[in-house]
Structure formats: C-alpha cells, structure tokens
Design a protein around this ligand. Structure first.
Ligand code: HEM
Length: 239
C-alpha cells in the first residue's frame, strides 16, 4: 500500500516502512543531503545512545591515569561509534535513487574500514598489554574475541559482495543475494559488541579502577538498539 504525506507528495511503498515510525523519515528523498540520514527519524535516539556510551567510556578512562591499556577501551568505543554512523547513513538509501545508494555505500565502507582498523588496533593493544598473563579469563574477554572474529568475517563478506562478486561468487547478482545476510549479521554484531562493552564493566580492572557503570552502558545500549532497530526496513532483511 502506498503512503502519501504533506511533506512528500511522492508515494512511499509499504515495503519501505520501517519497523517503527514513519516511512518518510526512513527513506532518503531525492535532493536531500546524505548526511541528514545521520539524524532523521529515530537516528537521533541512536545518536544519543552511542554518544552517551562513548562519553561514559572515555570519561571513565580519562578519570584514571592514562596507560598503554587505555587505548583498548578508547579505540573500541570509537570504532563502535563509527560503526553506528556507517549503519545510520546507509539505512535510508534505496535502489530507487542509485546515486544515494552509491554514495551511501561508499561512505559506509570508508567509515567501516576506519572502524575495523581501530578494532584491530584495540585487539593488538590488549594482547600486548596482557603479555604473559592468562588470556581470555573473563566473559568480556571471550565475548570480545568472538566480536573481533565476527567483525573481520563481516568485513570480508562486505568487501566480497560489493567489490569482487564476479571473481569470488560468480556474478554480481550472487553478490547482491548476500546483502540481506550482511545486514542481519551486522545488526546482530552490533548487539554483541554492545553486550561486550557491558561485560567490560564487570572486569576486575573496571570494578577497581575505571568505575564505568553497567547501568549507564545498558541505558546507552538500549537507545542505540532502539534507534537503529526502529529504522530497519523489513524488505531489506528479506522479510
Ligand atoms: C566492542 C568492544 C570491545 C571488545 C571487542 C573487547 C575485546 C577484548 C578482548 C578480546 C579481551 C581479552 C584479551 C585476552 O584475554 O587475551 C579484552 C580484555 C579486556 N578489556 Fe576489552 N573489549 C572491548 C571494550 C572494552 C571496554 C569499553 C573496556 C573498558 C573497561 C574494556 C576493558 C577490558 C579489560 C579491563 C580487559 C582485561 C581483562 C580481561 O581480559 O577480561 N574492553 N577485551
């Protein structure tokens, strides 16, 4: 069913309806700047959540004396902040406006590349910092390792489906058929990463030194999940 609105006389197909809110805010219109996608609809809720999360972690780290370890939480939460921006910018683009889709995808993979580099750097920092101490001793550590592996897999799939679909998958269409799984996995990964940050608050080092509060991380995480989740358009997930 098509929807007409005052602001946008063009009809919007029901398959563009987001899980929550109005389709107008979930679809980028021709003529609007792509950076508006970062704040349209429930993106503001997601932005509030991710900036609060970054502020909570950064202030926790800076409230103590900085050390080599400090780079681990700082880089991780910055990488997560970038990932949220990369999702928000692409969500409202549609194939109906290829120039948006193209530009959105470009910004998406550039931001994601920086984010992956920050995650890898954060992983190297924690491994070097641990030295001879026992590894993977906490739920946070185990969830973190799973997150890093999943982030790399997700990045590899993204690069394959978009840049090398013919060479690796046999055709451009085969690449496009993977898009919906890339989206499912991406949203799942975001939840896992937020849960990993929540678990980080229960590590001995945080409980004794940084004092980043679990409740603050959980409130921020709920805002991110609600804000990003409400903008998901069902058909993009193959629903
Ligand atoms: C998505 C974000 C994060 C990921 C993927 C992640 C990943 C990891 C991994 C894999 C380890 C274990 C290293 C090993 O045992 O060899 C670890 C340890 C640690 N991380 Fe994170 N981390 C993240 C965010 C944070 C944040 C925000 C903090 C802030 C408190 C933090 C604090 C710690 C601490 C204190 C350790 C050492 C204790 C332990 O091994 O459990 N991490 N992290």
């Amino acid at each position: 069913m098509a929807t007409l609105t005052h602001q946008n006389p063009e009809p919007i197909d029901s398959e563009d309806e987001p899980l929550l809110g109005s389709p107008v805010q979930a679809v980028q219109r021709d003529g609007t700047n792509i950076y508006h996608n970062l704040v349209t609809g429930t993106a503001t809720v997601a932005q509030a959540g991710i900036w609060v999360l970054a502020a909570v972690v950064w202030s926790g780290v800076f409230s103590d004396q900085l050390s080599f370890f400090s780079a681990h939480p700082l880089l991780n939460v910055s990488a997560l902040l970038l990932q949220v921006q990369a999702s928000l910018i692409l969500q409202p683009t549609t194939t109906a406006t290829p120039k948006h889709k193209h530009l959105g995808t470009r910004i998406h993979y550039i931001i994601q590349a920086i984010s992956v580099a920050a995650f890898i750097a954060a992983f190297i920092v924690i491994e070097v910092n641990k030295g001879d101490h026992p590894h993977l001793v906490s739920p946070h550590g185990i969830m973190g390792l799973i997150s890093y592996i999943a982030i790399l897999c997700q990045a590899l799939v993204g690069v394959t489906q978009y840049f090398f679909p013919r060479q690796i998958l046999g055709s451009v269409d085969a690449g496009k058929r993977i898009y919906k799984y890339h989206r499912w996995f991406g949203y799942g990964l975001m939840i896992l990463e937020l849960a990993t940050v929540a678990a980080a608050t229960q590590t001995t080092y945080n409980l004794t030194t940084l004092h980043i509060q679990l409740w603050a991380v959980l409130v921020a995480a709920v805002l991110v999940i609600a804000g990003v989740g409400a903008r998901i358009r069902k058909h993009k997930l193959g629903l």
